[in-house]
Design a binder for this molecule. Structure first.
Ligand SMILES: Cc1cc2nc3c(=O)[nH]c(=O)nc-3n(C[C@H](O)[C@H](O)[C@H](O)COP(=O)(O)O)c2cc1C
Length: 234
């Protein structure tokens, strides 16, 4: 599945499903189950997961993702851009994850490695939710001037899946620059989940809405269930 958008993989036992499914679909029970920490626990317990949060209104949904992962026994580290802190406080994520939240590259220097290198080492999975238009552009062009993109720059994607959950207004999503960046990111080995279609914070209906927490948790469970790739540098 490397290099493909997660949203194109369809429904599976672990709750990854297409956005826009109809209620009554057989897959819905799995999608709902993915939000149940007991269902996630066998995949997530003891796993090191980085959750990057960038500056979109959908950051409120990421609270559910972090909470469920923590309840399932994962060691969740949250990193936030400055813009993200305008939507949800670091304290909220600290309370939900039970761990320090990183909002700057210049704090919590607690090991011999620079913070971003130490945080990137040994991760089982990294996810950015929501991933803004700006974040997609930075990742597609190798820019690292915030703590989220800086940590991700040190993640070896041959060993650790990096999943992006874009969220933005439908015009922002359909901009040629965004579409170019998405294509580049998929080519570079990032995974994308969503965006879905539906009601947006700008009070229109369109494509660009972040996938629901259940769907994202289902995808995370599916990635964690796969054997870890051994290629790449130790
Ligand atoms: C109220 C408000 C809501 C926003 N929502 C989004 C959004 O959903 N998606 C997005 O890509 N940008 C959104 N933006 C713009 C980003 O916050 C802005 O581009 C910011 O620089 C992103 O920084 P970051 O990528 O470092 O987090 C929003 C801005 C405001 C003021």
């Amino acid at each position: 599945m490397r290099g493909e958008a997660v949203r194109r993989t369809g429904t599976s036992d672990r709750g990854v499903s297409r956005a826009g499914r109809k209620s009554g679909d057989a897959g819905i029970a799995h999608v709902l189950n993915a939000c149940d920490p007991n269902v996630l626990r066998p995949f997530a317990s003891g796993k090191r997961i980085l959750v990057g949060v960038t500056g979109g209104i959908a950051a409120y949904k990421t609270c559910t993702i972090v909470s469920r992962l923590a309840q399932a026994g994962a060691n969740v580290t949250v990193a936030m851009t400055e813009a993200a802190t305008h939507f949800v406080t670091a304290l909220t994520f600290q309370s939900l994850s039970g761990a320090p939240v990183y909002t700057s590259a210049w704090e919590h220097i607690e090991s011999k490695d620079p913070q971003h290198i130490a945080l990137a080492k040994g991760l089982d999975l990294a996810i950015v939710a929501p991933a803004t238009m700006d974040c997609l552009a930075k990742l597609a062009t190798g820019r690292t001037d915030d703590v989220v993109t800086l940590i991700l720059s040190a993640v070896d994607r041959h060993k650790t899946p990096v999943v992006l959950a874009p969220a933005m207004n439908d015009v922002m999503w359909s901009q040629p620059s965004t579409q170019r960046n998405v294509k580049q990111l998929v080519e570079d080995g990032f995974y994308l989940i969503g965006p879905g279609e539906g009601w947006q914070a700008c009070r229109t209906v369109g494509t660009g809405r972040m996938s629901e927490p259940e769907e994202i948790l289902g995808a995370i469970g599916q990635f964690l269930d796969r054997p870890k790739a051994k290629s790449g540098k130790k």
